[in-house]
Design a protein around this ligand. Structure first.
Ligand code: HEC
Length: 112
């Protein structure tokens, strides 16, 4: 009897795990694709973030300089520096436009 209920529980867990990977939330996407540079908290104080000099997205002044549509475009198409070199890759292949918009809303909420 015990084994049967364990198997039942395991399959419920599996269904949930499969469901969540199908439609990742903005927080999950941030954690998986963005936090390595921008930091879980958005301050950009990671090894890579410091190297690339990412801005502190909790800073209200920096947030004020950002525009929602440009942010969404940056997430999908990437960011190039003045020298034309890629600074952040585009996530078009991994994220949909609604995903990008959700991430913009997520970034807005990082503001201190
Ligand atoms: C390889 C490191 C790296 C990763 C990974 C990364 N970024 Fe960036 N991101 C940068 C750099 C560098 C810039 C340009 C400097 C800056 O504005 O801080 C930038 C800029 C941005 C901007 C500002 C665009 C604008 O309008 O000026 C947003 C918004 C952004 N990233 C969101 C994200 C999101 C969301 C993800 C995950 C899907 C992500 N980034 C993943 C490095 C990264």
């Amino acid at each position: 009897m015990k084994t049967t209920s364990k198997i039942a529980l395991a399959s419920v867990v599996l269904v949930f795990a499969a469901g969540s990977s199908y439609a990742a939330t903005a927080a999950e996407n941030w954690e998986n694709s963005c936090a390595s540079c921008h930091g879980a908290d958005g301050k950009g104080q990671t090894k890579q973030g410091k190297k690339l000099k990412v801005k502190d997205y909790t800073d209200a002044k920096i947030q004020a300089e950002l525009k929602d549509d440009e942010m969404a475009k940056a997430i999908l198409d990437g960011v190039k520096g003045d020298n034309g070199k890629e600074r952040m890759k585009g996530f078009k292949d991994e994220l949909s436009e609604p995903d990008a918009k959700d991430l913009v809303a997520f970034v807005r909420k990082l503001k201190a």
